[in-house]
Write a protein that binds this ligand. Structure first.
Ligand code: AMP
Ligand code: GLY
Length: 415
C-alpha cells in the first residue's frame, strides 16, 4: 500500500486527491498545504507549496512513495529536481522542462523553432523599443510578461494608452519582477484545454475540457482565473483532435527532448480554434485549474497506476466515463476585484464539491477564504443535463457572499 503526497491546496489538488482516494493501491494521502475540503480525504500538513526544502524533508521522513505536484510555482522552483536528487518518486517536470510555462519567451522560441502553430511575436527587454513596435502594430495587440505572474501577466491592449500602461508596468515598474515581454498577434476563436500525460516523446492524451474566463453569464464582465469548466467538447471534431495531438502536443514533447529537457508529467496545451486552424495560446507544465476538476471525475482507471506508469516510461491505462461533466465556481462577491473573507458556508458536504478557497474558522465553521471558494461538479448523459444538475447542486449551498455563472457549457448545448 502506498503513501502519496500532493503538493498544493486548491480545487485542482482536491480533485487529484479525490482521484487518488479511489485507488485500491493508496492507503495514505498527505497534502501540503491542502485545504478544508482536502482534509476530509487526506492529512493536511502545514507546509506551503513553495517551501521546497520542507516538502523534501517531509517526504523523506514519512517515506512517501509518490509526490504529485499541482502548482506551477513549485515546479518553477525546481521541486521535482530536488525530490529526484533525494530518490523520491515524483510526478511533474523538472525546472528546465517547466520553462515551457515559466518563460513565455522560451515557449514561443520553442514553437517557432519546431514549427508548432502559434501567434506571431517579438520579444523586448527595453520599454522604448517595445513602444516603437506597438506603434506600428495593429490593435488589439497582446502583451505578455515573460515569467510567472499568477495569471495576471497577459494584457490585451485595445489602444496605445493601454499598451503603454502595460509596458510601463512590466518593463519600467517591474510589477512582476525584472523581465522581458512577449508582444504577439491577437487571435480569435474558442479556446480549449488539452492536457496530456507525457514522458519524453510519449504522449498520452486526457479528455479535453473548456474553461470559462469571464466573471458573469454570457461571457460578460472581467477576466478571472476561471468561473467554470466542462468536458467533453462537442466543437472539437476528429480532425481538430488529431491536429492538436500530432502537430502540437507530440511536437512539443519531442521538441523538449531535442532541447535536452525532456518533460515528465502533465503538459497542458491552452489552444484556440481559429479560422486559420488550431494555434497555441500557452503551454502549462501542470494540471489546469479548474479543468482538472471536470476531467478527473470522468477517469475510470486507477490514477495512481497511471502516474507511476508515466514516470516509469510505460504506457498508462486511461479509460473514461462517456458522461459529460460540468463544474461551476462559487466565487466571493467582488472577485476578481476586492472581496471579503470569513462568510459561513453550509450545505457544501457533497463529494462533488471541491474546495478552492475555504478554511475552518476558530468556531469550527467552514468559511470563505479566497476569491474562488468552491467548485461544484455534476455528471450527466448530456452537457445540458450536467449543467442542470450542477446549477441545482450550487443553489443548495448556503452562503451570503458567493456568486456563480449558470451558463457553463451552454454554448455547447444551446443552439
Ligand atoms: P495566457 O496566460 O497566455 O493563457 O493568456 C491568458 C488569456 O489571454 C488566454 O486564455 C486568452 O484568453 C488570452 N490571450 C492570450 N494570448 C492571446 C492571443 N494571442 N490572442 C487572443 N487572446 C489571447
Ligand atoms: N485554466 C487555466 C490554467 O490552469 O492555467
Amino acid at each position: 500500500m502506498a503513501k502519496v503526497l500532493v503538493v498544493g491546496g486548491g480545487g485542482r489538488e482536491h480533485a487529484i486527491v479525490h482521484a487518488l482516494s479511489k485507488s485500491k493501491k493508496v492507503n495514505e494521502i498527505y497534502a501540503a498545504p491542502g485545504n478544508a475540503g482536502i482534509a476530509k480525504l487526506a492529512m493536511c500538513v502545514n507546509i506551503k507549496d513553495t517551501e521546497v526544502d520542507k516538502i523534501v524533508e517531509f517526504a523523506k521522513a514519512e517515506a512517501i512513495d509518490l509526490v504529485v505536484v499541482g502548482p506551477e510555482a513549485s515546479l518553477a522552483l525546481g521541486i521535482v529536481d530536488e525530490l529526484q536528487k533525494n530518490n523520491i518518486k515524483v510526478f511533474g517536470p523538472t525546472k528546465a522542462a517547466a520553462r515551457i510555462e515559466s518563460s513565455k519567451n522560451f515557449a514561443k522560441d520553442l514553437m517557432l523553432k519546431y514549427g508548432i502553430p502559434t501567434a506571431r511575436y517579438e520579444v523586448f527587454e527595453n520599454y522604448e523599443e517595445a513602444m516603437a513596435f506597438v506603434k506600428i502594430s495593429p490593435f488589439p495587440t497582446v502583451i505578455k510578461y515573460d515569467g510567472l505572474a499568477a495569471g495576471k501577466g497577459v494584457v490585451i491592449a485595445n489602444n496605445l494608452i493601454e499598451a503603454d500602461n502595460a509596458l510601463k508596468d512590466m518593463l519600467l515598474d517591474d510589477k512582476f519582477g525584472k523581465g522581458k515581454v512577449v508582444i504577439e498577434d491577437y487571435l480569435e476563436g474558442p479556446e480549449f484545454s488539452f492536457m496530456c500525460f507525457v514522458n519524453g516523446e510519449n504522449v498520452y492524451p486526457l479528455e479535453m475540457a473548456q474553461d470559462h474566463k469571464r466573471a458573469y453569464d454570457n461571457d460578460r464582465g472581467p477576466n478571472t482565473g476561471g468561473m467554470g469548466a466542462y468536458s467533453p467538447l462537442p466543437f472539437i471534431k476528429e480532425a481538430d483532435y488529431d491536429f492538436a495531438l500530432n502537430e502540437i502536443m507530440k511536437k512539443a514533447a519531442k521538441a523538449l527532448v531535442n532541447e535536452e529537457c525532456p518533460f515528465t508529467g502533465v503538459l497542458y496545451g491552452g489552444l484556440m480554434k481559429t479560422k486559420r486552424g488550431i494555434k497555441v495560446i500557452e503551454f502549462n507544465a501542470r494540471f489546469g485549474d479548474p479543468e482538472t476538476e471536470v476531467v478527473l471525475p470522468r477517469l475510470t482507471s486507477d490514477i495512481y497506476d497511471a502516474f507511476n506508469a508515466v514516470i516509469d516510461g510505460k504506457e498508462p491505462v486511461l479509460t473514461w466515463d462517456k458522461c459529460a461533466t460540468i463544474g461551476i465556481v462559487l466565487a466571493s462577491k467582488g472577485y476578481p476585484g476586492e472581496y471579503k473573507k470569513g462568510f459561513v458556508i453550509e450545505n457544501a458536504d457533497s463529494d462533488d464539491i471541491y474546495h478552492m478557497g475555504t478554511k475552518i474558522d476558530e468556531n469550527g465553521n467552514l468559511v470563505t477564504n479566497g476569491g474562488r471558494v468552491l467548485f461544484a461538479v455534476a455528471k450527466g448523459d448530456t452537457l445540458e443535463e450536467a449543467n442542470k444538475k450542477a446549477v441545482k447542486l450550487v443553489s443548495e449551498i448556503k452562503c451570503d457572499n458567493l456568486f456563480y455563472r449558470r451558463d457553463i457549457g451552454a454554448k455547447a448545448f444551446r443552439k
